[in-house]
Design a protein around this ligand. Structure first.
Ligand code: ADP
Length: 414
Protein backbone atom coordinates (compact mmCIF):
# COMPACT_ATOMS: atom_id res chain seq x y z
CA UNK A 1 0.00 0.00 0.00
CA UNK A 2 1.37 3.44 -0.91
CA UNK A 3 1.01 5.78 2.04
CA UNK A 4 1.66 9.50 2.16
CA UNK A 5 3.13 10.49 5.54
CA UNK A 6 2.68 14.14 6.50
CA UNK A 7 4.14 16.24 9.28
CA UNK A 8 2.49 19.64 9.09
CA UNK A 9 3.81 22.67 10.98
CA UNK A 10 2.74 26.32 11.07
CA UNK A 11 4.37 27.19 7.74
CA UNK A 12 5.92 23.88 6.73
CA UNK A 13 5.04 20.42 5.48
CA UNK A 14 7.40 17.44 5.63
CA UNK A 15 6.36 14.39 3.65
CA UNK A 16 7.36 10.89 2.69
CA UNK A 17 5.75 8.40 0.36
CA UNK A 18 6.21 4.91 1.79
CA UNK A 19 5.17 1.57 0.32
CA UNK A 20 4.41 -0.92 3.03
CA UNK A 21 2.42 -4.05 3.81
CA UNK A 22 2.45 -7.01 6.18
CA UNK A 23 5.36 -8.85 4.53
CA UNK A 24 7.54 -5.75 4.19
CA UNK A 25 6.93 -4.81 7.84
CA UNK A 26 7.98 -8.29 8.99
CA UNK A 27 11.12 -8.23 6.83
CA UNK A 28 11.81 -4.49 7.35
CA UNK A 29 11.81 -4.00 3.58
CA UNK A 30 9.27 -1.17 3.38
CA UNK A 31 10.19 1.14 0.50
CA UNK A 32 10.61 4.89 0.82
CA UNK A 33 9.65 6.14 -2.63
CA UNK A 34 10.07 9.88 -2.03
CA UNK A 35 10.54 12.44 0.67
CA UNK A 36 10.86 16.17 1.04
CA UNK A 37 9.86 19.32 2.78
CA UNK A 38 8.26 22.63 2.02
CA UNK A 39 9.06 25.63 4.15
CA UNK A 40 7.76 29.20 4.29
CA UNK A 41 4.27 28.34 3.11
CA UNK A 42 2.19 31.50 2.69
CA UNK A 43 4.67 33.23 0.41
CA UNK A 44 7.54 32.22 -1.84
CA UNK A 45 7.95 28.71 -0.41
CA UNK A 46 11.22 26.76 -0.44
CA UNK A 47 10.85 23.18 -1.63
CA UNK A 48 13.27 20.30 -1.19
CA UNK A 49 12.12 17.17 -2.99
CA UNK A 50 13.89 13.87 -3.30
CA UNK A 51 12.82 10.63 -4.92
CA UNK A 52 14.61 7.28 -4.77
CA UNK A 53 17.19 7.04 -7.55
CA UNK A 54 16.82 10.70 -8.66
CA UNK A 55 18.74 13.91 -8.07
CA UNK A 56 17.37 16.06 -5.24
CA UNK A 57 15.36 19.06 -6.38
CA UNK A 58 15.48 22.41 -4.57
CA UNK A 59 13.41 25.32 -5.75
CA UNK A 60 11.26 28.26 -4.76
CA UNK A 61 7.58 28.36 -5.67
CA UNK A 62 4.73 30.53 -4.40
CA UNK A 63 2.35 28.48 -2.22
CA UNK A 64 -0.50 30.32 -0.51
CA UNK A 65 -1.48 27.70 2.08
CA UNK A 66 -1.16 24.09 3.24
CA UNK A 67 -3.69 22.83 0.71
CA UNK A 68 -1.64 24.35 -2.10
CA UNK A 69 1.51 22.77 -0.62
CA UNK A 70 -0.02 19.29 -0.46
CA UNK A 71 -1.46 19.73 -3.96
CA UNK A 72 2.04 20.56 -5.14
CA UNK A 73 3.53 17.50 -3.40
CA UNK A 74 0.96 15.15 -4.92
CA UNK A 75 1.41 16.75 -8.34
CA UNK A 76 5.17 16.32 -8.09
CA UNK A 77 4.82 12.68 -7.00
CA UNK A 78 2.80 11.99 -10.14
CA UNK A 79 5.18 13.90 -12.43
CA UNK A 80 7.93 12.52 -14.68
CA UNK A 81 10.40 14.65 -12.76
CA UNK A 82 9.96 12.63 -9.56
CA UNK A 83 9.89 9.31 -11.40
CA UNK A 84 7.77 7.89 -8.56
CA UNK A 85 5.67 5.02 -9.89
CA UNK A 86 2.24 6.60 -9.43
CA UNK A 87 0.18 8.21 -12.13
CA UNK A 88 -3.02 9.19 -10.35
CA UNK A 89 -4.03 10.54 -6.95
CA UNK A 90 -6.09 7.38 -6.45
CA UNK A 91 -2.88 5.37 -6.03
CA UNK A 92 -2.23 7.07 -2.71
CA UNK A 93 -4.28 4.70 -0.60
CA UNK A 94 -3.96 6.35 2.80
CA UNK A 95 -2.45 9.38 4.53
CA UNK A 96 -0.70 9.13 7.89
CA UNK A 97 -0.34 12.32 9.94
CA UNK A 98 2.02 13.07 12.76
CA UNK A 99 -0.15 14.66 15.45
CA UNK A 100 1.68 16.10 18.42
CA UNK A 101 -0.86 15.83 21.22
CA UNK A 102 -3.34 13.04 21.80
CA UNK A 103 -4.04 14.06 25.40
CA UNK A 104 -5.36 11.35 27.71
CA UNK A 105 -7.84 10.20 25.11
CA UNK A 106 -5.67 8.65 22.42
CA UNK A 107 -3.52 5.72 23.46
CA UNK A 108 -2.88 4.61 19.89
CA UNK A 109 -3.14 5.65 16.28
CA UNK A 110 -6.66 6.20 14.93
CA UNK A 111 -8.48 6.78 11.70
CA UNK A 112 -9.69 10.36 11.60
CA UNK A 113 -13.46 10.59 11.24
CA UNK A 114 -15.74 13.45 12.22
CA UNK A 115 -15.79 12.38 15.88
CA UNK A 116 -11.99 12.11 16.11
CA UNK A 117 -11.63 15.45 14.39
CA UNK A 118 -13.85 17.06 17.03
CA UNK A 119 -11.88 15.37 19.80
CA UNK A 120 -8.64 16.69 18.30
CA UNK A 121 -10.10 20.18 18.31
CA UNK A 122 -10.86 19.83 22.01
CA UNK A 123 -7.17 19.07 22.58
CA UNK A 124 -5.96 22.33 21.02
CA UNK A 125 -5.91 23.84 24.50
CA UNK A 126 -3.10 21.43 25.49
CA UNK A 127 -0.99 21.94 22.36
CA UNK A 128 -1.87 25.35 20.95
CA UNK A 129 1.38 25.57 18.99
CA UNK A 130 1.06 22.23 17.21
CA UNK A 131 -2.36 20.62 17.05
CA UNK A 132 -4.07 23.41 15.05
CA UNK A 133 -1.50 22.92 12.26
CA UNK A 134 -1.91 19.15 12.40
CA UNK A 135 -5.67 19.61 12.03
CA UNK A 136 -5.16 22.01 9.15
CA UNK A 137 -2.96 19.37 7.51
CA UNK A 138 -5.68 16.74 7.87
CA UNK A 139 -8.27 19.03 6.27
CA UNK A 140 -5.87 20.01 3.48
CA UNK A 141 -4.92 16.40 2.71
CA UNK A 142 -8.59 15.41 2.65
CA UNK A 143 -9.37 18.09 0.12
CA UNK A 144 -6.45 17.03 -2.11
CA UNK A 145 -6.73 13.22 -2.05
CA UNK A 146 -10.50 13.08 -1.56
CA UNK A 147 -12.78 12.15 1.36
CA UNK A 148 -12.67 8.43 0.48
CA UNK A 149 -8.97 8.07 1.28
CA UNK A 150 -8.41 7.15 4.95
CA UNK A 151 -6.51 9.67 7.08
CA UNK A 152 -4.80 8.30 10.16
CA UNK A 153 -3.51 10.28 13.16
CA UNK A 154 -0.34 9.00 14.85
CA UNK A 155 0.33 10.76 18.15
CA UNK A 156 3.65 11.81 19.71
CA UNK A 157 2.11 11.27 23.14
CA UNK A 158 0.35 7.92 22.59
CA UNK A 159 3.26 5.63 23.46
CA UNK A 160 3.52 7.24 26.90
CA UNK A 161 -0.08 6.41 27.76
CA UNK A 162 1.26 3.50 29.80
CA UNK A 163 3.10 5.79 32.26
CA UNK A 164 2.12 4.93 35.82
CA UNK A 165 0.57 7.67 37.99
CA UNK A 166 3.78 7.90 39.97
CA UNK A 167 5.57 9.02 36.81
CA UNK A 168 2.95 11.33 35.33
CA UNK A 169 1.49 13.21 38.31
CA UNK A 170 3.41 16.38 39.21
CA UNK A 171 3.87 17.25 42.87
CA UNK A 172 1.61 20.29 42.66
CA UNK A 173 -2.00 20.56 43.98
CA UNK A 174 -3.78 17.50 42.63
CA UNK A 175 -6.84 19.50 41.63
CA UNK A 176 -4.77 21.08 38.84
CA UNK A 177 -4.59 17.62 37.33
CA UNK A 178 -8.29 17.03 38.00
CA UNK A 179 -9.39 20.36 36.60
CA UNK A 180 -7.06 20.92 33.67
CA UNK A 181 -5.23 17.62 33.13
CA UNK A 182 -1.88 19.16 34.06
CA UNK A 183 0.38 16.08 34.01
CA UNK A 184 3.35 14.57 32.23
CA UNK A 185 2.33 13.51 28.72
CA UNK A 186 5.73 12.91 27.14
CA UNK A 187 6.53 13.38 23.45
CA UNK A 188 8.76 11.73 20.79
CA UNK A 189 6.66 8.62 21.50
CA UNK A 190 6.73 7.42 17.90
CA UNK A 191 10.51 7.60 17.95
CA UNK A 192 11.00 5.76 21.26
CA UNK A 193 8.48 3.14 20.22
CA UNK A 194 10.20 2.60 16.86
CA UNK A 195 13.64 2.29 18.49
CA UNK A 196 12.35 -0.22 21.05
CA UNK A 197 10.65 -2.26 18.32
CA UNK A 198 13.75 -2.22 16.15
CA UNK A 199 15.88 -3.34 19.11
CA UNK A 200 13.64 -6.36 19.64
CA UNK A 201 13.73 -7.08 15.92
CA UNK A 202 17.56 -6.91 15.82
CA UNK A 203 18.02 -9.07 18.93
CA UNK A 204 15.18 -11.51 18.35
CA UNK A 205 13.76 -10.69 21.76
CA UNK A 206 10.13 -10.43 22.66
CA UNK A 207 8.63 -7.73 24.86
CA UNK A 208 8.49 -10.01 27.87
CA UNK A 209 11.30 -9.47 30.31
CA UNK A 210 13.01 -6.64 28.37
CA UNK A 211 14.00 -3.37 30.00
CA UNK A 212 15.51 -0.69 27.80
CA UNK A 213 16.44 2.94 28.03
CA UNK A 214 16.19 5.02 24.85
CA UNK A 215 17.78 8.43 24.30
CA UNK A 216 16.44 10.42 21.35
CA UNK A 217 19.03 13.17 20.90
CA UNK A 218 18.15 15.52 18.04
CA UNK A 219 17.21 19.19 18.05
CA UNK A 220 14.62 18.09 20.55
CA UNK A 221 15.86 15.50 23.02
CA UNK A 222 14.19 13.06 25.38
CA UNK A 223 14.84 9.89 27.36
CA UNK A 224 12.42 7.02 27.83
CA UNK A 225 12.36 4.03 30.18
CA UNK A 226 10.65 1.08 28.50
CA UNK A 227 9.68 -2.08 30.37
CA UNK A 228 8.21 -5.01 28.42
CA UNK A 229 7.58 -2.74 25.43
CA UNK A 230 5.74 -0.11 27.50
CA UNK A 231 6.90 3.40 28.31
CA UNK A 232 7.10 3.72 32.11
CA UNK A 233 8.82 7.11 32.31
CA UNK A 234 9.96 9.82 29.94
CA UNK A 235 11.75 13.12 30.34
CA UNK A 236 9.50 15.49 28.40
CA UNK A 237 6.49 16.53 30.41
CA UNK A 238 3.35 18.64 30.08
CA UNK A 239 5.11 20.16 27.07
CA UNK A 240 8.35 19.20 25.26
CA UNK A 241 10.26 21.75 27.36
CA UNK A 242 11.09 19.50 30.31
CA UNK A 243 13.99 17.08 30.67
CA UNK A 244 17.23 16.97 28.72
CA UNK A 245 19.15 19.97 27.40
CA UNK A 246 18.08 20.52 23.77
CA UNK A 247 19.15 22.68 20.83
CA UNK A 248 17.22 25.73 22.00
CA UNK A 249 15.19 24.41 24.97
CA UNK A 250 16.40 24.57 28.55
CA UNK A 251 15.04 21.24 29.75
CA UNK A 252 14.71 20.93 33.57
CA UNK A 253 15.03 24.09 35.62
CA UNK A 254 13.82 25.63 38.86
CA UNK A 255 10.43 27.27 38.12
CA UNK A 256 11.33 30.13 40.50
CA UNK A 257 13.74 31.36 37.80
CA UNK A 258 10.76 32.41 35.70
CA UNK A 259 9.48 35.06 38.10
CA UNK A 260 13.00 36.23 38.95
CA UNK A 261 14.11 36.67 35.34
CA UNK A 262 10.80 38.18 34.34
CA UNK A 263 11.11 40.95 36.94
CA UNK A 264 14.83 41.54 36.35
CA UNK A 265 14.59 41.64 32.56
CA UNK A 266 11.07 43.07 32.31
CA UNK A 267 9.79 40.13 30.28
CA UNK A 268 6.19 38.97 30.16
CA UNK A 269 5.22 35.29 30.33
CA UNK A 270 5.13 34.89 26.55
CA UNK A 271 8.62 36.29 26.30
CA UNK A 272 9.86 33.97 29.06
CA UNK A 273 8.24 31.04 27.27
CA UNK A 274 10.08 31.99 24.11
CA UNK A 275 13.35 32.47 26.05
CA UNK A 276 13.11 28.94 27.47
CA UNK A 277 11.98 27.28 24.24
CA UNK A 278 13.91 29.19 21.59
CA UNK A 279 16.92 30.90 23.16
CA UNK A 280 18.11 28.39 25.73
CA UNK A 281 19.72 24.94 25.63
CA UNK A 282 22.89 24.53 23.56
CA UNK A 283 22.28 27.91 21.90
CA UNK A 284 21.76 29.72 25.19
CA UNK A 285 24.82 28.31 26.91
CA UNK A 286 27.21 28.61 23.99
CA UNK A 287 25.88 31.91 22.65
CA UNK A 288 26.79 30.46 19.25
CA UNK A 289 24.47 27.86 17.79
CA UNK A 290 21.93 25.16 18.69
CA UNK A 291 23.71 22.78 16.31
CA UNK A 292 25.76 20.09 18.06
CA UNK A 293 27.96 19.42 15.03
CA UNK A 294 28.99 23.08 14.89
CA UNK A 295 29.63 23.19 18.64
CA UNK A 296 31.90 20.14 18.42
CA UNK A 297 33.81 21.84 15.59
CA UNK A 298 34.13 25.09 17.58
CA UNK A 299 35.44 23.17 20.54
CA UNK A 300 37.91 21.11 18.53
CA UNK A 301 39.17 23.84 16.20
CA UNK A 302 39.06 26.94 18.41
CA UNK A 303 38.91 25.51 21.93
CA UNK A 304 35.83 27.64 22.51
CA UNK A 305 35.10 27.51 26.26
CA UNK A 306 31.36 28.01 26.09
CA UNK A 307 30.93 25.53 23.25
CA UNK A 308 32.68 22.99 25.49
CA UNK A 309 30.49 23.96 28.44
CA UNK A 310 27.31 23.54 26.36
CA UNK A 311 28.38 20.07 25.20
CA UNK A 312 29.45 19.09 28.72
CA UNK A 313 26.14 20.17 30.26
CA UNK A 314 24.23 18.37 27.48
CA UNK A 315 26.14 15.14 28.18
CA UNK A 316 25.97 15.50 31.95
CA UNK A 317 22.19 15.95 31.95
CA UNK A 318 21.81 12.91 29.68
CA UNK A 319 24.02 10.89 32.05
CA UNK A 320 21.89 11.91 35.04
CA UNK A 321 18.77 10.69 33.26
CA UNK A 322 20.46 7.38 32.49
CA UNK A 323 21.13 7.01 36.21
CA UNK A 324 17.57 7.96 37.09
CA UNK A 325 15.96 5.54 34.64
CA UNK A 326 18.25 2.67 35.58
CA UNK A 327 16.97 3.27 39.11
CA UNK A 328 13.36 3.55 37.90
CA UNK A 329 13.60 0.20 36.08
CA UNK A 330 15.97 -1.56 38.53
CA UNK A 331 18.57 -1.91 35.78
CA UNK A 332 18.23 -2.39 32.03
CA UNK A 333 19.24 -4.78 29.28
CA UNK A 334 20.16 -2.04 26.87
CA UNK A 335 20.81 1.67 26.48
CA UNK A 336 19.99 2.86 22.96
CA UNK A 337 21.11 6.16 21.45
CA UNK A 338 19.33 7.75 18.51
CA UNK A 339 18.40 11.06 16.84
CA UNK A 340 20.77 13.23 14.80
CA UNK A 341 23.29 13.55 17.65
CA UNK A 342 22.95 10.02 19.04
CA UNK A 343 23.29 8.49 15.58
CA UNK A 344 26.17 10.61 14.33
CA UNK A 345 28.42 11.65 17.15
CA UNK A 346 30.77 9.05 18.70
CA UNK A 347 32.24 11.92 20.72
CA UNK A 348 28.95 12.83 22.42
CA UNK A 349 28.16 9.14 22.98
CA UNK A 350 31.56 8.71 24.62
CA UNK A 351 31.10 11.74 26.84
CA UNK A 352 27.61 10.71 27.94
CA UNK A 353 28.74 7.21 28.87
CA UNK A 354 32.04 8.19 30.50
CA UNK A 355 31.71 7.60 34.23
CA UNK A 356 28.90 5.06 34.02
CA UNK A 357 31.21 2.06 34.51
CA UNK A 358 29.98 1.59 38.08
CA UNK A 359 26.49 1.12 36.65
CA UNK A 360 27.79 -1.49 34.24
CA UNK A 361 27.94 0.68 31.11
CA UNK A 362 31.20 0.69 29.12
CA UNK A 363 31.78 1.49 25.48
CA UNK A 364 34.11 -0.16 23.01
CA UNK A 365 36.03 2.74 21.53
CA UNK A 366 36.49 1.23 18.06
CA UNK A 367 32.87 0.05 17.79
CA UNK A 368 31.64 3.44 18.96
CA UNK A 369 33.72 5.31 16.38
CA UNK A 370 32.60 2.95 13.61
CA UNK A 371 28.90 3.86 13.78
CA UNK A 372 27.99 7.14 12.07
CA UNK A 373 25.73 8.30 9.27
CA UNK A 374 22.77 5.98 9.63
CA UNK A 375 24.58 2.82 10.72
CA UNK A 376 23.15 0.64 13.48
CA UNK A 377 24.73 -1.77 15.90
CA UNK A 378 26.21 -2.46 19.31
CA UNK A 379 28.94 -0.29 20.77
CA UNK A 380 29.42 -1.69 24.29
CA UNK A 381 32.70 -3.18 25.46
CA UNK A 382 33.35 -6.75 26.63
CA UNK A 383 32.99 -5.83 30.31
CA UNK A 384 29.76 -3.87 29.94
CA UNK A 385 26.82 -5.42 31.82
CA UNK A 386 24.38 -3.30 29.81
CA UNK A 387 24.21 -3.53 26.03
CA UNK A 388 24.70 -0.16 24.34
CA UNK A 389 23.25 0.31 20.86
CA UNK A 390 22.99 2.97 18.20
CA UNK A 391 19.70 2.60 16.33
CA UNK A 392 18.64 5.29 13.84
CA UNK A 393 15.09 6.38 14.50
CA UNK A 394 12.47 6.40 11.76
CA UNK A 395 9.28 8.06 12.87
CA UNK A 396 7.90 8.35 9.34
CA UNK A 397 8.27 4.63 8.77
CA UNK A 398 6.35 3.86 11.93
CA UNK A 399 3.65 6.36 10.96
CA UNK A 400 3.33 4.60 7.58
CA UNK A 401 3.19 1.16 9.24
CA UNK A 402 0.63 2.32 11.80
CA UNK A 403 -1.45 3.83 9.02
CA UNK A 404 -1.38 0.53 7.14
CA UNK A 405 -2.38 -1.34 10.27
CA UNK A 406 -5.20 1.04 11.18
CA UNK A 407 -6.56 0.95 7.63
CA UNK A 408 -6.38 -2.84 7.31
CA UNK A 409 -7.42 -3.54 10.88
CA UNK A 410 -4.19 -5.40 11.69
CA UNK A 411 -2.79 -5.32 15.21
CA UNK A 412 -0.55 -2.33 15.99
CA UNK A 413 3.09 -3.14 16.57
CA UNK A 414 5.48 -1.84 19.20
P1 ADP B 1 15.35 16.88 14.65
O1 ADP B 1 15.12 16.70 16.12
O2 ADP B 1 15.03 18.27 14.15
O3 ADP B 1 14.81 15.76 13.80
P2 ADP B 1 17.92 15.67 14.15
O4 ADP B 1 17.51 14.38 14.75
O5 ADP B 1 18.20 15.71 12.69
O6 ADP B 1 16.93 16.84 14.51
O7 ADP B 1 19.23 16.15 14.94
C1 ADP B 1 19.83 17.37 14.69
C2 ADP B 1 21.07 17.48 15.55
O8 ADP B 1 21.97 16.42 15.20
C3 ADP B 1 21.82 18.78 15.37
O9 ADP B 1 22.27 19.27 16.63
C4 ADP B 1 23.01 18.35 14.54
O10 ADP B 1 24.15 19.15 14.73
C5 ADP B 1 23.26 16.97 15.10
N1 ADP B 1 24.15 16.21 14.22
C6 ADP B 1 23.94 15.79 12.97
N2 ADP B 1 25.06 15.21 12.47
C7 ADP B 1 26.01 15.28 13.46
C8 ADP B 1 27.37 14.87 13.58
N3 ADP B 1 28.00 14.27 12.57
N4 ADP B 1 28.00 15.12 14.74
C9 ADP B 1 27.37 15.73 15.75
N5 ADP B 1 26.10 16.14 15.72
C10 ADP B 1 25.42 15.93 14.57
Amino acid sequence: MKILVLNVGSSSVKFQLVETDEASIAAATDRRLARGQIERIGGEAILTLSAAGHEDVRRAHPLRDHTAAIEYIVGWLMSDESGVPITSVGEIEAVGHRVVHGGERFSQSVRVDEKVRRQLEELIDLAPLHNPHNLRGIAAARSVVGPGVPQVAVFDTAFHHSLPETAYVYAIPYQLYRRYRVRRYGFHGTSHRYIAYRYRQLTGRTREGTKILTLHLGNGASACAIVEGKSVDTSMGFTPLEGLVMGTRSGDLDPAIIDFVSSKEGLNLNEIDSLLNKQSGLLGISGLTPDMRELLAEEAENGDRRARLAIDIFCYRARKYIGAYLAAMNGADALILSGGIGENSPEVRRRICAGLEWMGIELDDAKNKAIVGGGEGRIDGAKSRVEVWVIPTDEELLIARDTWRVVTGAELQG
